[in-house]
Write a protein that binds this ligand. Structure first.
Ligand SMILES: [Zn+2]
Length: 157
């Protein structure tokens, strides 16, 4: 699988411009389909007070809006940095078909953006995690799944 350096250069430029403009962190992403840029994104966490507004997430949201879909089949994502666990999951949920990254996770950690603890956290059993995660009312919660299962005309995803 080979990436197009032009698209990575765009992602890197978005990341750097995001810093020099004072908008946010050094992260940019580009979504490409059929050799064309569909959408771009840059980190907006502090700009819009949204901890989920990582560059990849912003790019995915923009691409889905642009294409009028919730799945990015046939799309590749170019991101200036190896995705964190949240973005990696979002990329999988969006069904992007390839990921190209510039900086690696170690580069990000050296710049003060260390997400290794999240990868480690996910390997732990629930009772060992840092944030308490507690099962509550499972016998009532299951009714949502029953409603979904019985829903005619639902949009599977
Ligand atoms: Zn991320």
């Amino acid at each position: 699988m080979q990436g197009n350096p032009v698209f990575m250069q765009r992602a890197i430029a978005l990341a750097t411009e995001n810093v020099t403009s004072g908008r946010g962190g050094p992260f940019g992403a580009v979504i490409v389909r059929d050799g064309e840029i569909v959408a771009t994104g840059a980190n907006l966490v502090t700009a819009i007070n949204d901890p989920t507004a990582h560059g990849e997430i912003v790019a995915i949201r923009n691409a889905c809006q642009m294409l009028g879909t919730f799945q990015l089949a046939g799309c590749h994502i170019y991101t200036s940095c190896e995705p964190c666990p949240m973005c990696l999951a979002a990329i999988y949920w969006a069904r992007c078909e390839a990921i190209f990254y510039g900086n690696c996770a170690a580069d990000a950690a050296a710049a003060g953006f260390d997400d290794a603890f999240l990868y480690e956290e996910m390997k732990l059993s629930l009772d060992q995690r840092k944030i308490p995660i507690v099962n509550l009312l499972p016998e009532q919660a299951i009714s949502s799944f029953e409603a979904w299962r019985d829903r005619a005309g639902r949009i599977d995803y």
